[in-house]
Design a protein around this ligand. Structure first.
Ligand SMILES: [Zn+2]
Length: 686
């Protein structure tokens, strides 16, 4: 599959320049992309690895407005912070760019102009709410008002959280701008839409030519194409004053949609990196394009961006998009606003020089096929029982025994059957590591690497040079010669996962040369016999209970002491609703229910039709969550259902109840209210 390609362009999702980097970002795409690139280089392949800060979009302007600074100040602050944090963890981009740069503005602007001149876009005029005080158009979420259905007075422009109604901003009674509090006025505006519906067939051909994509990526992408209404035109411009100006006459005050310009940042980065040779990396079909992203970006990288590239013409398309699921922290979703996160810069302050421990644990628990959980207990356990007890122990024993019994030089390896067998494990295990990494199976690959260290430990324990030294110096040196070669090979096998530790091993081995995977396929030696060894030092240190407890306490404290002033909501928190009595609450029959099936509702963009098991019956509920969740994201979830809500008909379907959703004020996204893991279906909620 990969053999038809001559080089690989690897991109990692552009992090949004509105906050520091936490371990969820690292596990999601930066660590896997870095491991993959390092691995490809260890195989001697030609790779370019680019990333950069995504510095446009509404969240940046909102944060700037909130802090009373310019958007430029916000993006400058976080661009450098993010760049440095990723570099500190060894994420070895060839180039880390930024989308607010002049060069990127030119790339994005030229791209848009090219498509515009080809007549790709559809101009559409719509009436949109405009804030006359803030002098800007308002996205749905920046308008609140009274719900026409239930009279809730803090409904959003796209939805009422109280009754679940899906709304248009113009449905709201007494609409109000959340920017200034002003009453918005309707104003005509023209935006340019990418008619994705017209490209469905081409996109389907492209996507179905990649059945090798991870099931989550392939399935989610096809589900967009197969949705009730199919793909819909998407506006590629926004009425905003921060971003890449729309390079079209009459488009003053408009910028490119952030998801139009951000992926083009990959092109900008390669231009900046490669100069005149950039086209080899973006236009030569023998270049393989691989996008590492989190699952929230799948549609943009597998549908929107390929559509843009196809319409432009002349560019290669993504060949692989190994998206990861999400990493949770101690059982909860990572949250910037609640400070429920482990920030990279804080980790380094608490565990100086131990980047590799985090790299190792995050790789071992990488959310490759489903969401996964990072816990400090697991971090401690993996450090102590794997890094310290297996890999660190082997390296340390070999170093100490060499200095003690072999004069501090690399002895010649023995050639007894067990010696040859131990050395042969290098080729076997490195081939397994290689095969797994080619398939983007990082956890499995790491396991194979650690198994080689286990081979070394077992060999040393079986051969016991500390015993043989009493009677047989030659055999002792032969054993340690084998063990030393294993350690040299381990440095290479672990290099992609833990580059700092690999380098430290090589230094201990007297400046041993860096190896390739081709070297590992042979029988060695991987460090020349006779090399004078460096000083022995512990590769990893035991992590004590107190250290782990301190981290947990820090999380709890940060989360608990986090007043709303510390949060960074993109919309204000909804005000407290008017008081009710218990008698008004008591009639609600709330229950834990299980989603058995979910499908989109034709001609209704926002609705999902769900089949629920309530424990007492099986019923249909329509939920206005289709813009936030794909059907396959919902099936299998346990939810809280308002079970005795009078049935009502929508789109010819009777909905028997309402699912409770929470509004995330930080992201503006809907979230499920998840029952505790032990609650059975049918449990009542009071
Ligand atoms: Zn309502």
């Amino acid at each position: 599959m990969a053999s038809e390609f001559k080089r690989t362009l690897v991109t990692a999702a552009l992090p949004y320049a509105n906050g520091p980097i936490h371990l969820g970002h690292l596990a999601g795409c930066y660590l896997p992309s870095d491991i993959y690139v390092r691995f490809k280089r260890l195989k001697g392949e030609e790779v370019a690895f680019v990333c950069g800060s995504d510095e446009h979009g509404m969240a940046i302007t909102m944060k700037a407005r909130k802090e009373g600074v310019s958007p430029r100040e916000i993006v400058d602050r976080y661009h450098f912070m993010m760049r440095d944090a990723l570099a500190d963890f060894g994420i070895a981009f060839d180039h880390y760019s930024r989308t607010s740069s002049e060069s990127h503005h030119k790339v994005a602007s030229d791209f848009f102009k090219m498509l515009y001149d080809k007549g790709v876009f559809e101009a559409r005029q719509t009436d949109q709410y405009y804030d006359p005080e803030a002098e800007q158009f308002l996205a749905d979420r920046y308008i609140t008002g009274t719900c026409p259905r239930c009279s809730h007075d803090a409904a959003y422009g796209d939805q009422c959280e109280q009754c679940g109604a899906t709304l248009n901003p113009t449905d709201l009674i007494n609409p109000q701008s959340t920017l200034s509090g002003a009453t918005p006025v309707l104003k005509a505006t023209t935006n340019w839409f990418l008619p994705l519906d017209k490209f469905s067939d081409d996109l389907r051909t492209y996507i179905t030519s990649h059945p090798e994509w991870k099931p989550n990526v392939y399935g989610q992408t096809l589900s967009w194409l197969d949705a009730g209404d199919g793909l819909q035109p998407r506006s590629m411009t926004r009425d905003l004053d921060w971003g890449v100006p729309v390079p079209v006459q009459g488009a003053e005050g408009k910028v490119l949609y952030v998801w139009f310009d951000a992926p083009l940042g990959y092109i900008t980065a390669v231009q900046e990196l490669k100069g005149a040779d950039w086209e080899t990396w973006w236009k030569d079909p023998s270049t393989r394009l691989v996008h590492f992203i989190g699952k929230d970006n799948i549609v943009f990288h597998c549908v929107v961006f390929p559509a843009i590239l196809m319409q432009h013409g002349g560019y290669i398309l993504p060949d692989q998009v190994p998206a990861n699921e999400f990493l949770n922290l101690e059982g909860q979703k990572l949250s910037t606003s609640r400070n429920w996160a482990v920030w990279l810069h804080e980790y380094l302050a608490d565990f100086p020089g131990q980047q590799d421990v985090l790299r190792y644990v995050l790789t071992a628990t990488m959310p490759e096929t489903k969401d996964n959980d990072f816990t400090w207990a697991d971090f401690q356990q993996r450090n102590n029982s794997e890094l310290v007890a297996v890999l660190g122990n082997l390296v340390n024993r070999v170093m100490v025994l060499n200095h003690k019994f072999c004069g501090g030089r690399v002895p010649a390896p023995g050639s007894a059957p067990q010696d040859r067998e131990a050395l042969a494990a290098v080729a076997i295990q490195s081939a397994r590591v290689s095969e797994a990494l080619e398939a983007f199976k990082f956890r499995e690959a790491l396991g194979h690497a650690m198994d080689l260290a286990r081979v070394g430990n077992k060999y040393l324990a079986d051969e016991a040079p500390w015993q043989t030294v009493k009677t047989d110096q030659a055999r002792t040196e032969a054993i340690l010669g084998v063990a030393t070669q294993l350690v040299a090979a381990l440095a290479a096998v672990f290099e992609a996962f833990m580059p700092f530790s690999a380098e430290r091993i090589r230094v201990m081995l007297g400046g041993a040369p860096a190896l390739t995977f081709a070297d590992l396929a042979g029988t060695g030696p991987w460090v020349p016999v006779g090399t004078a060894l460096g000083a022995s030092a512990l590769l990893f240190q035991k992590i004590e209970d107190e250290q782990v407890e301190a981290q947990r306490a820090k999380l709890r404290a940060a989360s608990a002491s986090n007043p709303t002033s510390m949060t960074e909501p993109s919309t204000p928190l909804a005000p407290l609703a008017p008081e009710i009595t218990f008698d008004q609450f008591a009639p609600l029959d709330l229950r834990v229910a299980l989603v058995l099936e979910a499908e989109r509702v034709p001609k209704a963009d926002r609705l999902l039709k769900l089949t629920l098991d309530t424990g007492i019956d099986r019923r249909t509920v329509l939920s206005g969550i289709a813009e936030h969740f794909a059907p396959e994201d919902v099936v299998g979830r346990r939810v809280i259902l308002l079970a005795n809500l009078a049935p009502r008909e929508m789109r010819g379907i009777e909905s028997q109840g309402m699912i409770l959703m929470a509004d995330n004020p930080e992201t503006g996204k809907l979230a499920f209210v998840q029952p505790d893991g032990e609650l059975p279906v049918g449990a009542t909620v009071r």
